[in-house]
Design a protein around this ligand. Structure first.
Ligand SMILES: O=C1C[C@@](O)(C(=O)O)C[C@@H](O)[C@@H]1O
Length: 527
């Protein structure tokens, strides 16, 4: 078979974004290559084993017809390495050889049979085609030593590009892959080093910082070829992967869950708008202490903490803002130039200023005193967010009342801040005076349990302002029912917009936040 004129592989411009395609027919897959190109991908991986009734001599010419929108990797994965192909090696090798002859820019072969494949080829590999020799571990990520030994074994086969894809059982596993990427970069070994599964997600983005040759992405949500894979659009538009390089600072939100966080879109957009060389990532972690120990290098400059870490985070910091210390919960950690960690609470400022602004907007008030001064301020909840809101209100001179499902926790928080405690049953008929403010600082009413509400509609009539820290959905049942009673409501997005502005300034070392952009993005983005 005559070799088709193969286009040169894409000129290297940082880590390549490769759409991994698993369409059921060659026509559909060819259309997906065009779609990936339109989204801005640099390459496409054709998983030909996914094509129903795959016939190499019929399907490969369709897939590899010139002109092609993108350089391609042809992968024909056997079942024993997580793929679809069940037959003998030889027919599979024939397919890969045909792909090379038809001008595929890359062909992928598994380490286990790489020597056998090269024997089979016996010099027939066209010069322009690069051989990726791959190793997959679908269960865990081995030690750094084991990974480096795999790199050596793969290199020894004569591979043009080393590929190692492992699996994360915890986010900390990814740091071992980063060490391997750094090692390979120093030795100028082209490597694709990725950690699959949700907890490995950051590897798919940060490989660009550590010099990975290529990262895989799906064409759209639901079409992932490996668990935890981002979409092409998210890598390029949300995480700004084209801007990520060795000097890029890493910031992110630590918690579980984190993928819902609006900060992911908003902070990255804000960073880009002011030219800050940083990326904001989801750090899905159940163990904050371990996470901070693992990702302790100076370029990891800041962290937003969310559930369940806001209280543990206090113990992880070398320095605490005095109000954050009183609250006993923080949501922001900044790594100082000396490496020490400083903790702050921007929930408190976000929530309180959102409520103050709403009161100020509806009635003329002396600007020198807080509109919360002397008001009766009822907080529902006794966790980290509740502590922040309660301390904030107290600091502004409000008389604070805490109500919580577990009454003992309400009493504890009330004692701490110098307020009073109520049971939830007492709260239903609590109306010592008019003009009270209600703040929900529990997760009741949060998606997906949107029918939940912390207080009955009948009891809401006792308040003049109702605030909900929940922001998914924007209008919780609590706020909807309060509005139906004609009460002024303040939603959690108002708090979020304010706290994200403050976090931005911490993370960027004091750059003025693009407030309008942050506000608009928070109010309009669904994610
Ligand atoms: O409550 C929030 C919102 C948040 O969890 C987010 O999703 O951006 C980030 C936290 O730091 C903050 O306290």
């Amino acid at each position: 078979m005559a070799a088709a004129a193969a286009p040169a592989p894409a000129a290297r411009r940082g880590t390549l974004v490769c759409a991994s395609l698993m369409a059921r027919s060659s026509r559909e897959m060819a259309a997906e290559v065009a779609a990936a190109a339109a989204l801005g991908a640099d390459a496409a991986e054709l998983q030909v084993g996914c094509i129903n009734g795959f016939q190499p001599r019929r399907d490969l010419p369709v897939l590899l017809a010139q002109p092609r929108p993108l350089p391609v990797i042809v992968t024909y994965r056997p079942k024993w390495e997580g793929g679809q192909y069940e037959g003998e090696d030889e027919p599979r090798f024939e397919v890969l050889l045909l792909a090379m002859e038809l001008g595929a820019e890359y062909v992928d072969i598994e380490l286990k049979v790489a020597d056998k494949f090269l024997n089979f080829l016996s010099g027939r590999k066209p010069e322009a085609c690069k051989l990726i020799v791959s190793f997959h571990n679908y269960e865990y990520t081995p030690s750094v030593d084991e990974l480096l030994s795999l790199v050596d074994q793969i290199q020894a086969t004569g591979a043009d590009i080393v590929k190692i894809a492992t699996s994360a059982t915890e986010i900390d596993d990814v740091s071992r892959m980063f060490q391997v990427l750094v090692h390979c970069q120093a030795k100028q070994v082209p490597i694709i080093g990725l950690v699959m599964k949700e907890r490995g997600f950051i590897s798919q983005v940060l490989c660009a910082k550590y010099g990975g040759y290529l990262t895989f992405a799906s064409l759209e949500k639901g079409k992932e070829s490996a668990p935890g894979q981002p979409t092409v659009a998210d890598l390029i538009n949300k995480y700004n992967i084209r801007q990520i390089g060795p000097d890029t600072k890493v910031i992110g939100i630590i918690g579980n869950p984190v993928s819902h966080s609006k900060s992911l879109t908003v902070q990255n957009q804000a960073f880009r708008s002011v030219g800050f060389n940083g990326v904001f990532l989801p750090f899905l972690s159940d163990d904050l202490v371990k996470f901070l120990k693992t990702f302790s290098s100076p370029e990891y400059v800041g962290f937003s903490c969310t559930m369940p870490h806001k209280e543990t985070a206090v113990r992880c910091c070398d320095y605490l803002d005095p109000i954050a210390r009183d609250i006993g919960a923080i949501n922001t950690i900044v790594r100082r130039p000396d490496g020490k960690l400083a903790g702050y609470n921007t929930d408190y400022t976000g929530a309180i200023s959102a409520i103050e602004d709403a009161i100020r907007a509806s009635q003329p008030i002396d600007p020198t005193t807080s509109p919360l001064a002397r008001r009766l301020f009822v907080v529902i909840g006794a966790g980290g967010a509740a502590k922040a809101v309660a301390y904030g209100a107290k600091e502004k001179g409000a008389r604070v009342v805490i109500a919580n499902r577990t009454f003992a926790r309400a009493q504890e928080l009330a004692r701490l801040i110098g307020g009073t405690a109520l049971t939830m049953a007492e709260l239903e008929s609590y109306h010592p005076e008019d003009g009270m403010i209600l703040a929900n600082a529990t997760s009741v009413g949060m998606y997906p349990n949107v029918n939940g509400t912390p207080l009955s509609k009948e009891a809401l009539g006792n308040y003049s302002i109702v605030f909900d820290a929940v922001f998914v959905p924007k209008e919780t049942r609590l706020l909807r029912e309060a509005a139906e009673c004609g009460i002024k409501v303040v939603n959690g997005l108002e708090m979020l917009a304010r706290l994200v502005v403050v976090q931005f300034e911490f993370f960027t070392g004091g750059m003025p936040a693009p407030q309008r952009l942050i506000r608009d993005a928070i109010m309009t983005n669904t994610q």
